[in-house]
Design a protein around this ligand. Sequence first.
Ligand SMILES: CC(C)(COP(=O)(O)OP(=O)(O)OC[C@H]1O[C@@H](n2cnc3c(N)ncnc32)[C@H](O)[C@@H]1OP(=O)(O)O)[C@@H](O)C(=O)NCCC(=O)NCCS
Length: 187
Amino acid sequence: MPVMSAAAPLPSTWTIRLESPEDTALIEALNADSFGPGRFAKSAYRLREGVDPVAALNFVAVEDGVLRGSVRFWPIRIGGEELLLLGPLAVQPGQRGRGIGIALMQAGIAAAHRGPWPAILLVGDEPYYAKVGFSRLPPGRMKFPGPVDPKRILGLSLQSGSLLNLSGQVRRARIDHPVCADGAALD
Ligand SMILES: CC(C)(COP(=O)(O)OP(=O)(O)OC[C@H]1O[C@@H](n2cnc3c(N)ncnc32)[C@H](O)[C@@H]1OP(=O)(O)O)[C@@H](O)C(=O)NCCC(=O)NCCS
């Protein structure tokens, strides 16, 4: 009968670190698997098109050198104010329910608190994102590009009261890489 020795290896666990360039292809494959080709038509993707994510807020979960999950944040603009859009957030299908998604968001939110942004928005399931402090915004205040279920527009203040008077059209913060299939100028 095998006897557990004191030197038996501990079960491995995941750790969170900043995304690096060698993660890019794996993250894109994870997002493609998690959200499918329809993701490009979503309102949130329109806000990301041609815009670089905020590198200091993009985190990955890795375990034994294997990518387990990823979160990215994009800059967006409402009026003259630059905010953040959380997502995509995805965890490998076989690894869900281990706390990885929450830990990725907590890492990103903690880093965002150290930056200049007043708030984070996202489009997603309130019961899940409420676990890290997001709540539903009053309907009709923010206008996203394309149709969005108002019940899925959520916000988290990084500076006290920052969401109270925020309203208007949500736009890309800037265009880093002009892209358009027919060559026309964007925006
Ligand atoms: C959503 C996702 C990122 C969650 O990642 P995860 O690592 O499994 O999440 P965690 O382990 O940190 O949290 C799990 C908890 O959240 C809950 N949860 C997960 N998705 C949920 C949802 N959509 N609505 C409500 N609760 C949800 C689980 O039931 C679990 O609750 P419990 O702790 O009370 O048991 C993951 O399921 C995923 O990659 N899904 C596909 C991509 C996706 O839908 N991304 C979000 C876009 S809105």
